[in-house]
Design a protein around this ligand. Structure first.
Ligand code: ATP
Length: 266
């Protein structure tokens, strides 16, 4: 079943016109973005810097409206922020004065979940991200990877149907990033969430996504959606050496670099 549908989504901004003093002109950040995400699917998005990934996520979160087109969730048009969508950012955005559990409980309070449910829910999700023993620690007592686990637990705790992730592992060291990638797949399998994950990392996009949406440089459009034929990520410890992984990775890499090569040939 279709969970999210981007229907010819275009977003334009008004920016200062450098040619004419005091005048404004239209700038198209994304144009005619058109694809669907299936219920329970893990989809990754990659694209050159400035191609409009954050703009697209803002639209999906209901923080701004498309200039043209629309975004549907379960067939309903998005008209603002909602509890059906949760987001995890690159920076953990945790309150330093609250413990791991306190940070999750705060999210539950903000979402209007009854107080009687907070502790149990917070503990359940802390357990899910492997932080059961760290519930009473403050952010400064946690590593970067642990903080990001708390952020993931906080987003999952109010049980959104769609989890949006905006380069959530970009600030972590390579080893922690790999661990969290595998963890996220495990959590995804367990919870069955629909996940839309934005990244700059080609390896990360191919490793996590069932499909990788490759965007073009400005204005951002869908260049191609690459199917990733691998199914048994977690059983294969060295999946990144699998020829199918290598091939998919190369395809995404080529799509991202095509425009650069064309430029280089001129
Ligand atoms: N509020 C705004 N007003 C004017 N222009 C904007 C606004 N928001 C974004 N843009 C422009 O739209 C384009 C896309 O920006 P966006 O931040 O979505 O890209 P991105 O793909 O997320 O970039 P990065 O990968 O570097 O994070 C950029 O050229 C940016 O300058």
């Amino acid at each position: 079943m279709e969970k999210i549908k981007f229907e010819r989504v275009t977003k334009k901004f008004l920016i200062r016109d450098d040619q004419k003093k005091g005048a404004l002109r239209e700038f198209t950040a994304i144009q005619d973005i058109d694809f669907s995400v299936k219920e329970g699917e893990f989809i990754t998005l990659v694209g050159p810097s400035g191609c409009g990934k954050s703009t697209l996520l803002d639209l999906l979160m209901g923080l701004s409206r498309p200039t043209k087109g629309r975004i549907l969730i379960d067939g309903r048009e998005i008209d603002g922020p909602g509890l059906d969508r949760g987001i995890v950012f690159q920076q953990y955005a945790l309150f330093p004065w609250k413990t791991a559990r306190g940070n999750i409980e705060f999210g539950l309070e903000a979402k209007g979940i009854p107080k009687s449910e907070w502790k149990e829910r917070a503990d359940h999700y802390l357990d899910l991200v492997g932080l059961k023993k760290f519930a009473d620690r403050y952010p400064h007592e946690l590593s970067g990877g642990m903080k990001q686990r708390v952020a993931i637990a906080r987003s999952l705790a109010f049980n959104p149907e769609v989890l949006v992730m905006d380069e959530p592992f970009a600030a972590l060291d390579a080893q922690t990033r790999e661990t969290l990638q595998a963890e996220l797949l495990r959590i995804w399998e367990k919870t069955g969430k629909t996940i839309l994950f934005v990244t700059h990392g080609i390896d990360e996009a191919v490793y996590l996504g069932q499909r990788v949406v490759v965007l073009t440089a400005n204005p951002g459009t869908v260049k191609k959606i690459v199917d990733i034929p691998l199914k048994n990520w977690l059983e294969d410890a060295d999946i990144k050496s699998n020829p199918k992984f290598v091939e998919a990775r190369h395809e995404v890499w080529s799509l991202l670099h095509e425009s650069e090569f064309i430029g280089a040939n001129i």
